[in-house]
Structure formats: structure tokens, C-alpha cells
Design a binder for this molecule. Sequence first.
Ligand code: ATP
Length: 381
Amino acid sequence: MNPPPHHPITTPPKANGSIRFAGVGKQFEGGVAAVKDLDLEIQDGELLVLLGPSGCGKTTTLNMLAGLERPSTGQLSFGDQAMNDVPPEERDIAMVFQSIALYPHLNVRDNIGMGLRTRRVSRQEIAARTSEVVHILDIAPLLDRRIHQLSGGQRQRVAIAKALVRRPRLFLLDEPFSSLDASLRRQMRSELVRIHREVETTMVFVTHDQEEAMAIADRIGVMSAGELIQLGPPLDIYRAPRNLWVAQFIGAHPINVIEASLAANGVSLLGDGAWTKTVSPEVRTAVERQGSGGTFLVGVRPEHLSLASVERSPAADGWRAEIYTRQILGTDILYELQTNGHLLTAVTPTAQVFEVGDRVAIDFAWSDAFVFDRASGNALV
Ligand code: ATP
């Protein structure tokens, strides 16, 4: 679908103040602590993504924002208003889910206007607002169609239009694109980012898909087992994961985790002492301070493992490895490398092509690598 012409929103954004969880916990009957001691401030107008594996407490957090669940402990507030006991219908919130709540017997126009009609908004106002959102979502030609005559992507657009038209103070989106195929999902992501830019309403988006989170978020809150593990802009989390778990969860390709120990002349890598590499003073100091006998873990993203042809440059710096498998990914190539019984992965641009069986020299810069404590998995630098 072509991008719609730019259609400025006529309503100024609402200034509501930030949304704050202060020590919020949610305990379900049976003792399940779905959310533990959550401290989180959502800035006015930001697109915050809650990211984490199934069961980590994302939906419960969203439901507390919506008023569908009440915090067991702590305080949720919108601006300076305490919200724990405010019912959903008084929160001025719109939700978009994976399963879309549209009325199949009504056409698109009536579906979009439904929420406004029940709020007794005037016909004229409904028509004006509907025209505004259908332009943003590029669905004007679909207005007279019934819901069952729409594709999955079109239905999802109508669901977003139905939420947008209400001009809520807060949008909650729970895996809204997960039933769509990969290319449509990417397209809807771009549209959501654009819509967010245009309406400037606070949005909280829940997903377990790190690629989706990286693509759309102003900030990501990474959750695990009911806890907020790390909060920050996507690139900050990508570049400085707080622990090994976050490093493994974020990133397009699984990170290499390499056993390491300090040696007199640097660091001995891969556990068997075969690959010795000079080490930065910063890393040496951090590992020594940890007092773990000098052993630690090094995380190297596949895109940060450099490959050089040994055939072309026999004296190339780096540890020797052999290309074991190769996958062409379109813009990149993913290699599995075999070295002394270990498998590592590397991703290179397609301009740098190796064949299976090629001998290569591998290396990485300490500035791109992560250094983790072996026992806790916490980042040391
Ligand atoms: P998913 O991605 O699978 O939806 P999630 O991260 O959204 O997972 P939640 O739905 O918030 O996770 O669930 C968090 C934990 O709370 C899970 O262990 C879940 O089983 C539990 N839980 C959720 N709702 C209830 C409930 N009504 N009663 C008891 N336990 C619940």
C-alpha cells in the first residue's frame, strides 16, 4: 500500500503528565507473582514497548494500566491522579489486541464511529474525526465494506482507526500484529511509528518479539519473571545489556558466549587456552575486581566478529577457524565457524563472501564485546 498523503492532525496533543508505577506488584490467587515491585515512569507521548518471553508479566502490566487488574501492592498514577481504584471506563484508554474486537455485521465506517456514538459525540464531529483517521491509516476506500470483506491487515488498520478516533490519553497495544504474516507485520510496524509521530499520544506496546520492539520503541522495558530487568532506548540496550540474559534476548542473531580467563599476556578464550588475545586495561581491571579467579564470559555479537581470509592474507591477525555452514540472509550472510571443537557465529555484509571450508582469521574489538560475571551473568563493564 502506498504511504498516505501527509494529513496533519488538527487536535493538539493532550498534556497529561507521565504515568507512574511506584513499587507495583500483582499477586494472583494461588500465589503467582505476575509482576514484582515495578518502578516505571512512562513519559507523556512516548512509545514504550514492554518486551519479554511468555509469562513474564507484560499483559498483567498492561491490564493494570487499563484498569482490568488492580495492583496488589504499590501505586499506579496518571499525572498526579492515583489510579489503583479508577474503573477502566474512567481512564480514557484505548486498547488494540491481537484478536480484533470489530462488529462483523457493521461496515468499516460504523465500526470506527461506534465508540463515539455511544459517547454521544455529534454526527458532524464523528464524520470529521473518522475522515481524519481514515486518511492517517489509508483506509478511506474501505469505509463502506463489511468487516468480513477485509484482509487481516485491513482489519488491523480498522481496529487501530477505531481506537485512534476516540483520541484517548493512552493507547495500549497487546501483540496487535502477531496474527499477521511477516511482511504485513513489518508494514504495520512502520505505520504505527508514523501514526505515533502524528498523534503524539502515549502508547504502551507489548510484544515478545525483540525485532518488533527494536523497530518501533522510543524505549524498551525488558521484563523477565515479573521483573523489569532493563529500561532504555533500543540501541542503548543493544549496546549495553545489563546481563547475559538481556544480551541473549536482544539482537537479530544469537550472541556468541565465549569462556574466558585472564592470562599473564592477555585473555585466554574458548576454555582450552588455545586462543589468546590481548585485553583492554578496563576489562582486566573489571574482571580482577570481581574476584572470580579471573574467569568470566565474553559476549560477542555475530555482527561484531570479524572474518579475514587466511588464503588471501596468511599473516592475518586473529584466531584461525573454518567456515562450517553458510546462510544467505539477503542483506547479510550468517556463518557458523568451527574452531577447536567450538562453534561460533558471524554475520557479514554480502560484499564479504566465504565458501564452506574456507580458512578464516576471526577477531573482535573489546569495545564491541560484553564481559559478564560467570556466576551471576551481570555485566562487569
Ligand atoms: P504472554 O506473552 O504469554 O501473554 P505475559 O508476559 O503477558 O505472557 P502475563 O499474562 O502477564 O504474562 O502472565 C504473568 C504470569 O501471571 C504468568 O505466570 C501467568 O500464568 C500468571 N497469570 C496471568 N493471569 C493470571 C490469573 N488471572 N490468575 C492466575 N495467574 C495468572
